[in-house]
Design a protein around this ligand. Sequence first.
Ligand code: ZN
Length: 233
Amino acid sequence: MTLTAQDRKDAAEHAQRRWDFHRQRGTVDQIVADDMDGMEAIRRGLLGEYECQHVFGSTVDVELRAGGDGGQDFFLHLRVADHPVRFRVDVKTSSFEGDRDLTWLLVRKHKIEKQVIYIHGQYISKSDDVELQGWAWGVELIRRNEIRVLTSKGIENYSMPVTECRSIDELLARIVYVPTPEEVEARRGFVGEDRGHLVHYCHCGKWGFHGHEVDTRKGKLGVWFCGEHKPAD
Ligand SMILES: [Zn+2]
C-alpha cells in the first residue's frame, strides 16, 4: 500500500466536490451505501483509484470522464493475441473488513460491461489505506451469474469471492508499456524490427491490426492500419 498524505488530502477535496455535484443534481441516492456517509464512500473509492495509479504507475492511462463531477477513467493496455489492446479499469473499493472468504468483488448488474477489468480494492480503516486484492473481467462475472443484494435498496450485483479472483501479479505481468507522446510520434507508420520483434504501426501511431500487401517471406512488410483507419475495401 502506497497512499501518501497528499493522496488523502486530494481524495477528501475531490470527494467533497463530487458529493456537492451529485447533491445538486439529485443523484446522491445512487451512490450512498446503507451504512456509510455518501461523501466518505466517494472518498474511499478515490483512494482505491489513487492506489491503482501507484501500483500500475506510468502504465495507467487516465482520462477525465465527461459529466463534470471531476471523475476519472482508467485504462491499461494488455497483450491480447500478441497485440496491445486498451481496456478500461474500474476499481471497486469495499469497506467490508471481515473474513476474506466472505469478501466479494461486486459490480452493479445494470452497469457491468464485458470487456472491463474490475479490481477489488480493500479499504483498511486502521491505516486509511486501500489494498488491491484481485480482479476479474466483466464477462467472467456475468458468466458466473452469482447475484448478491447487499443493501436495503435492493441493488443487484454480480459477485465473485476475492479468493477466486485473478491475482494483481497476473495483471501486472500482462500490462504492455504505454508509449509517451514522443514515442507515438516515432511510431507513426513504422513497420520493421524493434528489439527482435516485427512491429507494425498505423500512420496515426496506434498498433496496426490490418496489413496490406504483406509477404514477410519476400521481405514485403506492407502498410498497416489500425481499426479506425483501415481503408474500405
Ligand atoms: Zn490509425
